[in-house]
Design a protein around this ligand. Structure first.
Ligand SMILES: Nc1ncnc2c1ncn2[C@@H]1O[C@H](COP(=O)(O)OP(=O)(O)OP(=O)(O)O)[C@@H](O)[C@H]1O
Ligand SMILES: [Mg+2]
Length: 403
């Protein structure tokens, strides 16, 4: 195709079109596009053949994303797409195969990048940022998930710890957990730790590196380690330098795939710094007017998702009658949908804690909501497997009988 035949996109803003034959994925990609402030009309059901037809009939976008999972001859089809897209359009492929040969062949053909499914919002956003710059930016290995309560005592730490257990235990992902409640942290108790580790020392140190952090953290399992400190009522007054927080966050992301921060609702110094960098910000609330008001306020501060920093609203039923207003009224007030509602787990949590560490597989309904939260945060788009649920129910009934 000669240069003159291309219809270039003359719009000053970047345009992106995404093609996937998987109808179930359309709504999810539309949701991602909406959050990134991109045109959702450009999320289109179709394979590469349809993508080629679309490019011929429209101005060539800045980037074309195509799903290669259903393609019998992906390289052949991509070569045809490359020919019609021309030099200005970056082609990005989506797929499930972890295949280095395929990846290399795509790069050799001129494909800009290959995204492994499921793709998270922050991954999409950083790919689009690379498209704008014309080269792939280096990405940190790990991701930061900030979990914060919009008010105190509503289960933020329980949820943060539950997420870490699902990620490290069920999903076998290297996970770091930071208890940023420096006056009254409870993650050590939830993890059944006898001794607390050295967050305090880390925040005072001038030189944070992987080796130092490894010594300062407590290992809970082969995939889970925690950074916390003994509760101390003076700690909150001590200054925490912003650079310390950034260095700590970045170093943890070199050590773990997912780093969960439990941020207290009182927002001690450093909290907003973590929230401003986190790929995922989970706001834990309950269905009360105070929560609705605080959630709305926090959303005004950190609600912008156009850079790919996803906000997730999780409402936790932390007490039997903790719901004071209907979900619809809560959503109307905060101008957003609640993403996950976590059920009341009963008093069994206290019973478990009296005997040792919290094992959320003993709370099947709560565990499956936490797993849904993990899916939203990490891009997994499947629910907890039934096999685990059966096992968990059995374990839970044994615990009930024993208590
Ligand atoms: N879904 C639930 N079902 C039953 N009990 C729950 C649930 N979620 C939390 N709890 C209980 O609520 C209490 C408070 O939980 P947690 O310490 O996690 O809250 P928090 O928001 O982190 O509190 P703080 O503001 O003190 O940090 C705990 O006793 C916990 O076991
Ligand atoms: Mg807490």
């Amino acid at each position: 195709m000669s240069e003159e035949k291309y219809q270039y996109n003359t719009d000053a803003s970047e345009t992106v079109a995404l093609f996937t034959p998987d109808k179930n994925e359309i709504a999810l990609y539309c949701d991602d596009f909406r959050r990134l402030d991109l045109n959702t009309d450009h999320v289109i059901a179709g394979d590469i053949t349809q993508a080629i037809g679309w490019v011929k009939a429209h101005p060539v976008p800045s980037a074309m994303i195509v799903d290669i999972d259903g393609e019998a001859f992906p390289m052949e089809m991509l070569s045809d797409l490359y020919a019609v897209c021309g030099p200005t359009c970056k082609i990005i492929t989506l797929g499930s195969a972890v295949n280095l040969d395929l990846y290399r062949s795509m790069l050799a053909l001129g494909i800009f990048d290959y995204l492994l499914k499921p793709v998270t919002l922050d991954r999409l956003a950083s790919t689009f940022a690379s498209v704008k710059k014309g080269r792939i930016e280096e990405m940190p290995a790990g991701r930061t998930i900030a979990v914060t309560g919009v008010k105190g005592g509503i289960g933020t730490s329980t949820i943060a710890f539950g997420m870490a257990q699902v990620l490290a235990g069920d999903r076998r992902i290297a996970t770091g957990l930071v208890d940023f409640d420096r006056t009254n942290g409870c993650l050590g108790l939830l993890a059944g730790l006898q001794e607390e580790a050295g967050l305090d020392g880390v925040l005072k140190s001038e030189h944070i590196d992987i080796r130092f952090l490894r010594r300062s953290m407590n290992r809970i399992s082969d995939k889970l380690a925690i950074l916390n400190q003994p509760p101390g009522y003076q700690s909150e007054q001590e200054r925490v330098e912003q650079t310390q927080i950034f260095t700590l966050g970045a170093t943890l992301c070199q050590m773990f795939n997912q780093v969960i921060w439990d941020l207290p609702s009182s927002q001690p110094e450093g909290t907003i710094d973590v929230l401003s960098c986190a790929q995922i910000r989970i706001l834990v609330a309950d269905f009360t007017v105070v929560s609705a008001r605080n959630t709305r306020r926090l959303l005004q501060e950190i609600g912008d998702e156009t850079d790919g920093q996803r906000v997730i609203i999780a409402c936790n039923t932390h007490r039997e009658n903790s719901q004071a207003i209907p979900r619809e009224e809560f959503e109307q007030f905060i101008h957003r949908k609640v993403d996950v509602v976590l059920p009341y787990a009963g008093k069994v949590i206290d019973q478990i804690l009296l005997k040792g560490a919290l094992d959320i597989s003993q709370l099947p309904a709560f565990q499956s909501s936490v797993a849904a939260l993990v899916d939203l945060a990490c891009g997994g788009r499947t629910a907890v497997r039934p096999k685990h649920r059966l096992l968990s129910r059995l374990k839970a009934s044994l615990v009930r009988k024993a208590s």
